[in-house]
Design a protein around this ligand. Structure first.
Ligand code: FES
Length: 160
């Protein structure tokens, strides 16, 4: 009788050990996933200047088909290489194109037609919608400005 109880206790111990191992394995996998989820944005942040430099030299011109039909007072967001950019058609009929990458920490900026400014929501940076010059907030320098050529097929945006 005592022998049977001892065998039963060993079987229960093995079951408990197996459960503990399964729990530790699951916790380890969850820890790895959590670490990867934290590390990937950090990696992207640190790698982004190199990627931006590569994309900055790779693409020199973008043609935006039918963009000449864009109404005055509006913006067209597009990709210049791998980076976001914006084409603004001002109310006075002029066209300007800028990189939409904030010069502070790289957030994507947005055109605000009612205030006729370009705003970065990350830290409140403000740029001139006419020149791309930094007006207020933390951005240290103006947005990169592109050359714009409007024709009947579209708008060509190229490095200035
Ligand atoms: S990233 Fe644009 S103001 Fe900081």
């Amino acid at each position: 009788m005592i022998i049977e109880e001892t065998k039963l206790a060993k079987v229960e111990d093995r079951g408990e050990v197996a459960t503990r191992r399964a729990f530790l394995a699951a916790a380890g996998v969850a820890g790895l996933c959590y670490t990867a989820a934290l590390a990937y944005p950090i990696y992207r942040y640190l790698a982004s200047p190199e990627e931006m430099a590569l994309s900055a030299t790779a693409v020199t011109e973008v043609t935006l088909k039918d963009a000449q039909k864009q109404p005055a007072g509006s913006v067209l967001m597009f990709k210049f290489g791998a980076s976001p950019a914006m084409l603004i058609h001002h109310e006075d009929g002029s066209w300007v194109a800028f990189s939409a990458v904030c010069t502070h920490l790289g957030c994507t900026v947005q055109y605000e037609p009612q205030a006729n400014r370009i705003h970065c929501a990350c830290h409140g940076g403000v740029y001139s919608a006419a020149t791309g010059g930094n007006v207020s907030g933390p951005p240290p320098k103006p947005l990169t400005r592109f050359k714009v050529a409007v024709n009947e097929a579209g708008v060509e945006v190229s490095r200035a």
